[in-house]
Ligand binder design. Sequence first.
Ligand SMILES: NC(=O)c1ccc[n+]([C@@H]2O[C@H](COP(=O)([O-])OP(=O)(O)OC[C@H]3O[C@@H](n4cnc5c(N)ncnc54)[C@H](OP(=O)(O)O)[C@@H]3O)[C@@H](O)[C@H]2O)c1
Length: 244
Amino acid sequence: MSFKEKTVIVTGATSGMGKDIAQALHEKGAQVVAGGRDQIRGAELQNQGIVFVPGDIKIPQANQALVEKAMTTYGRLDALVIAAGQLGIGRLHELSLEDWEDTLATNLSAVFYLLKYAIPHLKEGGQVVIIGSVAALHAFPDHPAYTASKAALPGLVKQIALDYGPAIRINLVSPAQVLTPLLQDSVKAFENPETILEETAASLPMKRLGLPRDITNMVLYLLGEEASWITGSNFVVDGGFLST
Ligand SMILES: NC(=O)c1ccc[n+]([C@@H]2O[C@H](COP(=O)([O-])OP(=O)(O)OC[C@H]3O[C@@H](n4cnc5c(N)ncnc54)[C@H](OP(=O)(O)O)[C@@H]3O)[C@@H](O)[C@H]2O)c1
């Protein structure tokens, strides 16, 4: 699969899944414009030939800046992969207003901001993949802001599929436990943080945690021509987690 001369914005590209997706797209010839806040990890992407635009996506203008960079650098925009996300852990009555608002802003409002600014520039045949979570379908201890923000995404994706098809295809990929810094942070919410990941891996039908590449493979498929009749859908990639 080649993405030669296609321009793709990837958010959350400084870590975990977004980073793997950005690097895989770059290796396959895409012109990648990558977002994130961490300037050091952003510089590593720049060294690999990936354009990095630092910014906090909770701020609408940071999303606008990603679109402007794609248009000024490459003169076209073909696809978006929205992978940035945050946890905002805490039992609901103890959760600060700021943590609630930040989590909703990062996982939901920022999706709206990027779509709002990017859609007018997306080429006919443009594609969007958003990284959701099985948390939209299954609760985890003390993740109320996270589950609420992720649960909004299947609806939003269906709405955009209806309003912008056939020009734009949009799909959601919903992972379960994938080995990234975010997963390492989420264990704090469990009673047994030292052992929960090992126990989870053993309990899964596929007997291992996910790796970023497991998610990248689904994203690349959805961005490709083979997926040309797929839109508005939610693809769970979970090693069988929802079957347990
Ligand atoms: N790991 C899992 O088990 C799992 C499971 C289901 C769904 N997910 C979802 O998968 C996506 C990727 O997560 P991951 O596990 O790969 O996490 P990760 O390694 O912690 O990466 C999160 C990325 O999001 C970026 N980000 C967070 N807040 C941001 C903000 N306000 N502005 C700009 N960038 C921001 C971070 O960039 P900076 O640090 O540079 O700001 C980083 O690049 C997220 O949407 C997450 O909810 C993860």
